[in-house]
Design a protein around this ligand. Structure first.
Ligand SMILES: [Zn+2]
Length: 243
């Protein structure tokens, strides 16, 4: 008798585990979510590639990245954290003034799974308000850690935000040498790719040092570097009411 119960409990645990595993994998899916607009890359023959920078802003990160982008006359998209914008109130305006695009990267940078709808709404709204105060209304949102399940996509959709994922992410844990870091990214880029780089914090030194090689490597390969918004506009990938 007890054996049958052990078996049953084992099977239930296994099924629960499989379901949780599936949900976890789905929450990390790059190119799909349950509702609302989402783009991870764009199908295009045009050699357009946006660089997107996540996290911050921090004064050191902004001071390191803006001059490099200016030197290569490249415009990028910065997904900013509301809390960091509050901590460093000048930086968002500085990035905008240099001609770049800003997007929403939530307020407190949580793994947004298992919270209430009200929590997600406030994460999005607080950061949208800070972005608007800085003069930005791109309507672009990137979920922290790329995590989203149901409540977050619903709130993003209701806020009219277009979720932007990526298909080429930096791998600083694998490539600590800036040249190798850049090469790894360049090897994986194709037309319409969205590149994700983390340059804002002190431990992101390799990203900052690799940036010139990434920019010049993209140009050598014939890519035009655009913002995420420009990629969406030019390929007709934006707009229409969210589903
Ligand atoms: Zn992030």
């Amino acid at each position: 008798m007890w054996r049958r119960w052990v078996f049953r409990i084992g099977m239930i645990a296994l099924a629960l585990g499989a379901a949780l595993y599936g949900l976890n994998a789905f929450s990390k899916a790059k190119c799909t979510q349950l509702t609302g607009e989402l783009t991870c890359r764009v199908e295009t023959r045009e050699k357009l590639v946006p660089l997107s920078f996540d996290d911050g802003p921090t004064p050191e990160g902004v001071a390191a990245v803006l001059p490099i982008l200016a030197e290569y006359d490249a415009k990028a998209t910065f997904f900013l954290i509301g809390k960091d914008m509050e901590r460093h109130p000048q930086e968002a305006g500085r990035i905008l003034e240099a001609g770049h695009e800003l997007g929403n990267h939530s307020f407190s940078h949580q793994r947004n799974i298992g919270y209430s709808r009200a929590f997600y709404r406030s994460e999005l709204e607080q950061t949208e308000a800070l972005l608007a105060a800085a003069g930005s209304d791109s309507g672009l949102f990137r979920p922290p850690f790329g995590r989203k399940l149901l409540g977050l996509p619903l709130e993003a959709r209701d806020a009219g935000l277009h979720t932007i994922m990526w298909d080429v992410e930096d791998q600083p844990e694998r490539f600590t040498d800036p040249a190798a870091y850049a090469e790894d990214i360049l090897d994986r880029v194709r037309p319409g790719s969205i590149i994700l780089i983390h340059p804002m914090y002190r431990h992101n030194q390799a990203a900052r040092e690799a940036l010139p090689a990434i920019l010049s490597g993209l140009r050598t390969r014939g890519y035009e570097i655009v913002t995420v918004g420009e990629l969406l506009e030019r390929t007709g990938s934006r707009g229409g009411p969210a589903q």
